[in-house]
Design a protein around this ligand. Structure first.
Ligand code: SF4
Ligand code: SF4
Length: 233
């Protein structure tokens, strides 16, 4: 069976809350023996707790397969790039170095590269990948284009990425803010490496304590304690 043409995998990194539910759900799958094929990256750990789930993007022209000397990585007709085939993989690590998204991992003791295959046993039967079944914020969503348009009217799915001189189209879509580009943005990953979040300083205006603080009694006309806190947008 093949993955139905109408079903796609959408990632909305801005919705990830770093709960690791996806990572633990992925380890439940028997086919990779307790190892998770999804991991979380911090966007900029010194400034933010924001995390991003990383799965195989199922590239239309997979670099991992192009550099594999043993022809161990196959892309099936439904656009899913399969994990390395055990009899062929020689664990050379070329794919690990070449993947622009940092997805494949080498398992030295098993002498094989393993990566996300979009839970092919499930998605080829029209079911969601394990990670998408548990993600509480729907940062990971598997469904139709119509469903995601209805669910995220402020966002637009994109599957085009620029890495320096290399343009990549993927089978997995990333949700980008609709106001930034239309009809579909191209994500310039190299330029984004230099992006810095705008400063969001919180100014606190100090006010004298109410007279009641000195007597211990609550003031009859107590004002909003947060009225003097100003958060610039
Ligand atoms: S994201 Fe990396 S591992 Fe996945 S298909 Fe593309 S090159 Fe291969
Ligand atoms: S389950 Fe969803 S919200 Fe939780 S870490 Fe994974 S992607 Fe992020």
């Amino acid at each position: 069976m093949a993955k139905p043409d109408s079903l796609f995998f959408f990632i909305d990194p801005s919705r990830c809350i770093g709960c690791q539910a996806c990572v633990h759900a992925c380890t439940e799958c028997d086919t990779h023996r307790g190892d998770s094929m999804i991991h979380l990256e911090y966007v900029d750990r010194s400034r933010s707790t924001q995390t991003v789930p990383v799965v195989c993007m199922h590239c239309e022209q997979p670099t991992c397969a192009e550099v594999c000397p043993a022809d161990a990585i196959k892309r099936t007709a439904d656009g899913v790039v399969q994990s390395a085939r055990k009899p062929r993989c020689i664990a050379c690590g070329n794919c690990v170095l070449a993947c622009p998204f940092g997805v494949p991992e080498l398992y030295d003791e098993r002498k094989i590269m393993m990566k996300c295959d979009m839970c092919y046993d499930r998605t080829s039967a029209g079911k969601k990948p394990m990670c998408a079944t548990v993600c509480p914020s729907q940062a990971l969503f598997f469904g139709t284009r119509e469903q995601i348009d209805q669910l995220r009217p402020q966002s637009i799915p994109t599957n085009r990425f620029q890495f320096g001189g290399q343009a990549i189209t993927t089978g997995v879509f990333v949700m980008a803010p609709r106001r930034l580009a239309a009809p579909a943005p191209l994500v310039d990953v190299t330029a984004a490496l230099d992006d810095r979040p705008p400063a969001r300083a919180v100014r606190l205006t100090l006010v004298p304590p109410p007279a009641s603080d000195r007597t211990g009694a609550a003031p009859a006309d107590a004002t909003d304690p947060f009225a003097a806190v100003e958060v610039p947008s």
